[in-house]
Design a protein. Structure first.
Length: 418
């Protein structure tokens, strides 16, 4: 029954996206990106004789987790061609020109025909799926051809289908993995509890990435001039639900704090509304001048790709998404050591739980909670220094997942040059 439901669910999803495509741009990208995808794969990979390493990421967040391993693998095994696939347009459209991959494609829907055709065309020597990707037909096609398959940065929770009495079908999917590298000990223990022993606690590869990025953070002169040594909060990837809590806080703390606000989706209407609420106090990055920007209290970021570097100027950080579908990246700001605030929906994010447990991040449910916690920290410089030290210690303890995984992969996949 589970297999039938899986098949129906996958095909229903594909049909639903196609029906939504005329109305939703992301759905249209999902559909258009898969038109003639097999012809594209055949054309671009024709004549390739080098071994292929396949890395699959659902979306942009999973790509950022896999990226350190992709780049380290490329350096360690230069004879391999790197293939990256995405399920979601939010990953593919942003990273379709990623320089460290030789081939980048949308992943065809997980049907038996698609999976067999894809694996036959690509002929990978190994496959690495990032975090949540557990596809029935793709894992089966890889197993049938004896291709090693790995899952990295995996997270499991007790209520998932794999650990229920009726989860046999989904457990068989896990059993096709050569090895699973988990982010936390609980996930590893859950797998061992269902007799899956090819598992290792490796940690989160994103930690290696954010530490590297922090060491090489790009200087942003306008942001530096805007800060002008004033206390500042960087608000990253905010959604309207976050702004309902943030805007009253910003109004109240405007004499105390400056703000850099980088919304998750840049919409002129929403930026205009903020400018209206803070007349003469807010300016967009695209309109700012380094010579005069310091007189403003709010800098609105109206471009994409700058956020990770903006965190270096923060004294406090608010990360959006945890009042809605999902918390955004908290490790990027953590690399610079400021206190981090976010909303209440963070249970699925191991790093957020870890940061709260370490006493360096704070979940808030209202403007009042944000104000109270901020005031306590702002009035206690010694505590903020302890937070910076504790954050540094946490990240250094978590670092090294990439090397641990790569060293382990060498056991199953000797270099083709050897």
């Amino acid at each position: 029954m589970s297999k039938i439901l899986y098949e129906v669910g996958v095909r229903a999803y594909g049909l639903g996206v196609r029906l939504a495509a005329p109305f939703l741009p992301k759905a249209a990208q999902w559909v258009n990106g898969r038109k003639e995808v097999f012809e594209e794969i055949g054309r671009k990979m024709e004549g390739n004789t080098a071994p292929v390493a396949w890395f699959h990421c659902a979306s942009l967040g999973e790509f950022e987790q896999g990226r350190p391993l992709i780049e380290a693998f490329k350096q360690r095994f230069p004879a391999y061609k790197i293939l990256v696939t995405f399920f979601s347009p939010s990953g593919y459209e942003v990273r379709k020109n990623y320089a460290h991959a030789d081939y980048i494609f949308y992943l065809p829907l997980d049907t038996k025909e698609n999976a067999q055709r894809f694996v036959s065309l690509v002929q990978p020597k190994l496959a690495v799926f990032v975090k949540y990707e557990f596809w029935h037909h793709y894992t089966r096609a890889l197993r049938q051809q004896n291709i090693p398959l790995f899952s990295i940065s995996a997270i499991f929770r007790p209520n998932q289908i794999y650990f229920r009495k009726n989860g046999a079908f989904y457990r068989r999917i896990l059993e096709r993995f050569t090895h699973i590298y988990t982010q936390n000990q609980e996930s590893a223990e859950l797998l061992v509890g269902i007799n899956f022993t090819n598992v290792s606690l490796a940690g989160d590869t994103r930690v290696d990435r954010v530490l590297q990025n922090a060491q090489n953070a790009k200087q942003i002169p306008i942001a530096q001039a805007f800060k002008a040594n004033a206390p500042m909060m960087v608000i990253g990837s905010s959604w309207p639900e976050d702004l309902e809590v943030l805007l009253p806080f910003m109004q109240e703390q405007l004499p105390t704090l400056k703000y850099i606000l980088a919304p998750h989706e840049i919409k002129d209407k929403e930026l205009s509304e903020i400018e209206t609420q803070f007349p003469g106090q807010a300016i967009r990055y695209s309109q700012a001048d380094a010579a005069t920007v310091a007189k403003y209290r709010i800098l609105l970021i109206d471009n994409i790709g700058m956020l990770s570097s903006l965190y270096q100027y923060s004294d406090y950080v608010y990360v959006g998404g945890a009042f809605g579908k999902g918390l955004h990246n908290t490790l990027e700001p953590a690399a610079f050591g400021p206190p981090i605030f976010f909303g209440p929906k963070y249970a699925k994010f191991q790093e957020a739980q870890d940061l709260i447990e370490a006493g360096v991040a704070f979940s808030v449910r209202s403007t009042q909670e944000l104000t109270k916690t901020f005031t306590e920290l702002h009035q206690n410089p010694a505590k903020r220094e302890k937070i910076k030290s504790a954050t540094r210690a946490y990240l250094q303890k978590q670092a090294g997942a990439t090397e641990r995984i790569l060293t382990s992969l060498e056991y199953w996949l000797p270099s083709p040059q050897a």
